[in-house]
Design a protein around this ligand. Structure first.
Ligand SMILES: C[S@@+](CC[C@H](N)C(=O)[O-])C[C@H]1O[C@@H](n2cnc3c(N)ncnc32)[C@H](O)[C@@H]1O
Length: 321
């Protein structure tokens, strides 16, 4: 299985601007791509709290980050429990927090995880296999209207109502248990004319169910506001979002924080991957990176635009505060 390619890597590092001796959090460590680059870039004795809700991802990250020894603290859990994870290390404040949201290639490319509409597998989609509800549970028990809402809201699926109707009809005959069964139902629901446009017909349905199964949007905005308070003066919060609702939550939280005292936006507009990155890694195409900095107690530092990757489209920094 191909390793996950970290998205917007150079931009993420440029905005985190890690320093020797600093304490960092990677709330979505995945395969450890961003984490390894951060630790390698800073060297010395910087430490990293690396969190993931997927134990398989953590196992990969553990191997990848082994060369950094006890500078890395791996935790199986949800980044939304950051307070507890920090307390377990006795950390109060940190110098940087990175969230690279969504799903990893390792999860998408493993048919047994049920994330992929391209391959046959159980209809699972749990990032944390310890959580009780799978995609099959939702598909077979949620009301027609709830299914339609998820598909419309999380999948931005134009045919949400029709797909929900077809799911309800199909599950009357027998429970829907595999990815291919669901793909066939979605294909049957979307009129042939529309199926020829906009990529794989089941892509949006699978995205919507994945977000619902993992409750990915719950409390994100509130979490970001709280996490920002855990930054030391000068510390940075960097978030890479892949879905418009996610990005909207990040944008709102950052805007509100920067409107008050003590924070400034480092990205007025989100940073997106350049053509070269999208060509190399098509899964990066919807990525949007936003960054926020906690101001030092004294005068606001003069903001300069971090140098990002060759192709990345960086926005001007807000250096007005
Ligand atoms: C896009 S991948 C991260 C890839 C990583 N940056 C790398 O370079 O390999 C997202 C990861 O975040 C994890 N994840 C998603 N939501 C999470 C949450 N609320 N708490 C902890 N981990 C989460 C997923 O299990 C997945 O492994």
């Amino acid at each position: 299985m191909a390793p996950h390619q970290p998205v917007l890597l150079e931009a993420a590092l440029a905005f985190l601007a890690p320093r020797r001796g600093g304490r960092y959090v990677d709330g979505t460590v995945g395969g450890g791509g961003h984490a390894a680059a951060l630790l390698a870039a800073v060297g010395g004795d910087a430490q990293l709290l690396a969190i993931d809700r997927d134990p398989q991802a953590l196992a990969v990250a553990r191997r990848r980050l082994a060369p950094f020894g006890d500078r890395v603290h791996l935790v199986h859990g949800d980044f939304r429990d950051l307070e507890r994870h920090l307390a377990s290390l006795g950390w109060d404040r940190v110098d940087g927090i990175l969230l690279d949201l969504g799903v990893s290639s390792m999860q998408l490319d493993d048919p047994s995880r049920g994330f992929s509409y391209q391959e046959e597998g159980p209809l699972d989609m749990r990032m944390d296999p310890g959580q009780p509800l799978t995609a099959a549970d939702l598909v077979n028990t949620a009301s027609r209207d709830q299914l339609a809402r998820w598909l419309a809201e999380y999948g931005e699926e134009r045919w949400a109502g029709r797909i929900a109707d077809f799911i309800v009809e199909a599950r009357r005959r027998r429970p829907i248990t595999t990815t291919t069964e669901l793909v066939e139902i979605v294909k049957a629901a979307i009129p042939a004319r529309a199926r020829r446009r906009g990529g794989h017909p089941a892509r949006r349905t699978f995205q919507a169910l994945r977000i619902a199964v993992n409750d990915e949007l719950r409390g994100l905005e509130g979490f970001l506001r709280a996490a920002a308070q855990r930054l030391r003066p000068g510390g940075r919060l960097v978030v890479i979002a892949f879905h418009s609702l996610e990005d909207r939550a990040v944008k709102r939280a950052f805007r509100d924080l920067a409107a008050g005292e003590g924070f400034r936006l480092l990205t007025r507009k989100p940073v997106t991957p350049g053509e070269e990155e999208v060509r190399r890694n098509p899964r990066s195409r919807s990525a949007k990176l936003r960054a926020l900095q906690r101001l030092a107690a004294g005068p606001a530092p003069a903001g300069g635009e971090p140098r990002t990757g060759a192709g990345a489209r960086a926005s001007p920094c807000d250096a007005t505060r």
